[in-house]
Design a protein around this ligand. Structure first.
Ligand SMILES: NC(=O)c1ccc[n+]([C@@H]2O[C@H](COP(=O)([O-])OP(=O)(O)OC[C@H]3O[C@@H](n4cnc5c(N)ncnc54)[C@H](O)[C@@H]3O)[C@@H](O)[C@H]2O)c1
Ligand SMILES: [Zn+2]
Length: 380
């Protein structure tokens, strides 16, 4: 395995190949797995925009069976998993077949889940094509589907054989999805590194999103986020303790995401929901964990200027609380949050009650004066 020199992260479980030439290592890696047959899971967009680049770089995948699903968060369902299992079965997939997930976080979460279940587990590789996938979702072995509007309720920890991260895919990613992925980079920066956070503050979201993807700060931001996440996953794969730091912004974020799905034909994207969740978690961090006011203000200003506003009415709160209580990160009906005492200093398992949440939503609403309200097509 030493010949794969541009892998940036070496782990026992999942080597991560990173860089513009990372795809050139796929054939060698797949050959070492000796799969009896290979399947490529794509959605409509990644088939059109990403498959050609992959096949340009891989001879061995030209004969792979292609399984296309409709994309989007609603595709992360048990029904779709069953459809894919049936496709695998009909096409003769066996225990030693290989599944390659070419797409964003929906494809890697769903494809990983399918691989974990098929014949008690087949090998899979993630080739993330969205910023969300490259910076976060494709790494760490968490696989899942949603149950109704409850996020990620059915799933398992099931590690990919490898991950190939190539920024070339991001050239066709719509701006709104680039922004959504940026939310996870902001989250990671806030829990891991005050210096990078202060650098990020000098690049407002709207300007950053216009930077060419191969140049400027993107490469460092993605690489830093991948390295940090991988280091956490290596310490605590099953999220017993330290991996919970990665949930910063997610308890409220997941509730907003699920709730918006139940209310609107154009629900919040995962990253936009997480961005709102980060503002709320930063407020709670100020109230409960000593995050200085100046940091709370900087986080709030940075996010509100770049992400859409999803107004939260007091009437929405009971349903949101219900979703938070069902969130897999919370035990025995007690809401446990990850907070920060200052940028770079996360605290896990912080108990938060309903009144705290109401105050956090009141703060979130109050700091949005003048922001663009989220409605319908501006989320597309
Ligand atoms: N497992 C984890 O650790 C983890 C971490 C973070 C997020 N997630 C999950 O990831 C999901 C969100 O991921 P996402 O934002 O990538 O969503 P997604 O997979 O739906 O991709 C976003 C959209 O971009 C399109 N797309 C992807 N790559 C493209 C490309 N290169 N060019 C053009 N279009 C492209 C897709 O077809 C889709 O329409 C959520 O379900 C979230 O829960 C999982
Ligand atoms: Zn997330």
């Amino acid at each position: 395995m030493k010949k794969f020199s541009n892998r940036i992260v070496t782990t026992d479980r999942t080597p991560i190949f990173f860089g513009s030439d990372s795809l050139s290592f796929i054939d060698g890696f797949v050959r070492e797995l000796h799969p009896r047959s290979t399947f490529l899971l794509v959605d409509h967009n990644t088939r059109k925009h990403c498959l050609p680049l992959l096949l340009e770089n891989s001879k061995s995948l030209k004969n792979a069976h292609i399984i296309e699903i409709e994309g989007g968060e609603a595709a992360k369902s048990l029904e779709n998993a069953e459809k894919i299992w049936n496709r695998l079965l009909i096409s003769g997939a066996e225990r030693n077949s290989l599944l390659i997930n070419l797409g964003g976080g929906v494809i890697s979460d769903l494809g990983g889940f399918v691989a974990a279940g098929f014949k008690r587990g087949i090998s899979y590789i993630n080739i993330p094509t969205s910023l969300m996938g490259q910076a976060d979702a494709a790494i760490g072995g968490k696989t899942a589907v949603n149950l109704g509007h409850l996020k990620n309720q059915i799933g398992s920890f099931y590690a990919a054989k490898s991950v190939f991260i190539c920024s070339g895919f991001l050239k066709t990613l719509p701006l709104a999805h680039l922004r959504s992925g940026l939310a996870e980079i902001i989250k990671t920066t806030l829990i891991s590194d005050a210096t990078i956070w202060h650098k990020l503050l000098k690049h407002p979201v709207t300007l950053l999103l216009r930077e060419p993807i191969e140049t400027g700060p993107w490469h460092h931001l993605i690489a830093g986020t991948v390295k940090y996440k991988n280091s956490i996953v290596m310490q605590d794969y099953r999220e017993r303790k330290i991996r919970k730091v990665l949930n910063f912004g997610h308890t409220i974020g997941h509730a907003l995401e699920g709730y918006s799905q139940s209310k609107s034909a154009h629900p919040l994207m995962h990253g936009d929901a997480v961005a709102a969740g980060i503002i709320c978690a930063a407020f709670l961090s100020h109230q409960k964990a000593g995050l200085p006011m100046a940091d709370l203000e900087a986080i709030t200003k940075y996010i509100t200027a770049g992400f859409p506003y999803y107004p939260v009415d007091a009437m929405d709160v009971p349903a949101l609380m219900e979703l938070m209580i069902h969130d897999k990160k919370n035990n025995n009906g007690v809401l446990l949050f990850t907070l920060i005492s200052k940028p770079g200093y996360p605290l896990i398992n912080q108990t938060i009650n309903k009144e705290d949440i109401l105050e956090a939503f009141a703060y979130y609403n109050s700091c949005q004066a003048g922001s663009e309200q989220m409605s319908g097509s501006d989320n597309q």
